[in-house]
Design a protein around this ligand. Structure first.
Ligand SMILES: NC(=O)c1ccc[n+]([C@@H]2O[C@H](COP(=O)([O-])OP(=O)(O)OC[C@H]3O[C@@H](n4cnc5c(N)ncnc54)[C@H](O)[C@@H]3O)[C@@H](O)[C@H]2O)c1
Length: 345
């Protein structure tokens, strides 16, 4: 039996503590349910590929991709679950990537005023980032995550076995989030990713596991200090101010859009004299090696400015963004639209 690593995320503002089981097997799910009635909310692709390995609990499918992160999905799932007779003791288990986790977490935090929920994270994005930290929600008119809550799942199961069926492009998107976390808060993890990137992308378990664990540990450390994102948690938005705009305007995947956002933020950091040019180049090289886009897509600047204006990270008319002072050292600063534009030129 492989060694299992367990991280505990306890946040003072939350009524719930969350256990994150790294290197865990899906087979542990029944013991986490602990005899309670459970319903699986499963990404349709994951059901097709891995449904045979799931416990024999009732299944409700969650639609595929970013288009499923809507209030309409929440309403549909809520009706289905209410019709199936769920009550406040029913455990909801989201099985899928970031979209399934965000949808399940939001539904679990509002349905019947809240019922217990947990995640089986099946993408690298979810295992290193999306499943951890208690942020959940859906998009509104295509603008990202405008509706949601901070509610911790009871547990997150990260079984690397799922990643063997993940398309290479989705592995790259997961690396974007791991690189982001390393860039703002863990220089050693960044160096590890530089050294082991090819093996990690090829799902070499021995080298993948420490990267997932490193990213998860750094995220847990930051969220434990600031669950509601009033301070240091904002650092995890590195690449996201512009990235969320790019994701909406160019209909790009989340990880790829965040990669472009990180390149722009790194260039801006160098222009402001905060970051050494060599470190900016290091970040760009690593993202490119992970197969992520680093070039700015053509045009649509007014749409991007509009998308950034609607971003919930804007405070009292000020646009906050994350820059780097060094690899492993992010800082939250005010950035105006014109400065973003110059960084993208
Ligand atoms: N809540 C947070 O803190 C947080 C953090 C980061 C990202 N996110 C959100 O996460 C979402 C992106 O997550 P994602 O990249 O996992 O996207 P996703 O959930 O859409 O999954 C990506 C694709 O992989 C497929 N898939 C999932 N598991 C698979 C497997 N094991 N094998 C084969 N295919 C599989 C899915 O069907 C989908 O087509 C975005 O909506 C983003 O906003 C949330």
């Amino acid at each position: 039996m492989p060694m299992r690593t367990r991280l505990d995320l306890a946040v003072s503002e939350s009524s719930r503590a969350c256990q994150i089981l790294l290197d865990a097997a899906l087979a542990e799910l029944p013991s986490l349910a602990d005899g309670r009635r459970a319903v699986l909310l499963v990404d349709a692709n994951v059901r097709r590929l891995h449904g045979h390995a799931l416990p024999a609990w009732p299944v409700v499918e969650v639609g595929i991709g970013e288009g499923a992160k809507t209030l309409a999905t929440i309403e549909h799932l809520a009706r289905t679950l209410v019709a199936a007779g769920v009550d406040r003791s029913t455990l909801l288990v989201g099985v899928g990537g970031g979209v399934t986790c965000d949808v399940t977490g939001f539904l679990g935090s509002i349905l019947l005023r809240g019922l217990p929920f947990g995640f089986v994270a099946t993408t690298l994005v979810a295992q290193v980032d999306a499943a951890i930290g208690g942020k959940n929600g859906v998009n509104l008119d295509g603008y990202k995550n405008l509706i949601g809550t901070f509610t911790q799942p009871e547990f997150v199961v990260c079984d690397h076995g799922f990643l063997s069926t993940l398309p290479a492009r989705e592995m790259g998107c997961g690396m974007a989030e791991a690189i982001k976390t390393a860039a703002i808060g863990d220089a050693r993890l960044f160096t590890r990713i530089e050294a082991d990137l090819d093996a990690v992308l090829a799902c070499d378990h021995a080298l993948l596991a420490p990267v997932v664990e490193g990213a998860a540990r750094t995220k847990v450390r930051i969220v434990a200090a600031d669950e509601r994102e009033r301070g240091p948690r904002q650092l995890l938005n590195f690449g996201h101010t512009l990235g969320h705009g790019v994701e909406k305007v160019f209909a790009m995947s989340h990880g790829e859009a965040v990669a472009i956002g990180m390149v722009a933020a790194a260039r801006l950091s160098v222009r402001r004299g905060l970051l050494a040019a060599d470190d900016g180049a290091r970040l760009e090289r690593l993202l490119a090696r992970a197969g992520l886009p680093t070039a700015w897509p053509e045009g649509r600047w007014p749409d991007l400015v509009e998308a950034m204006r609607r971003d919930k990270k804007r405070h009292e008319g000020r646009q906050l963004g994350v820059l780097l002072r060094a690899i492993g050292d992010g800082v939250v600063v005010e950035i105006d639209d014109a400065e973003w534009r110059e960084a993208c030129a």
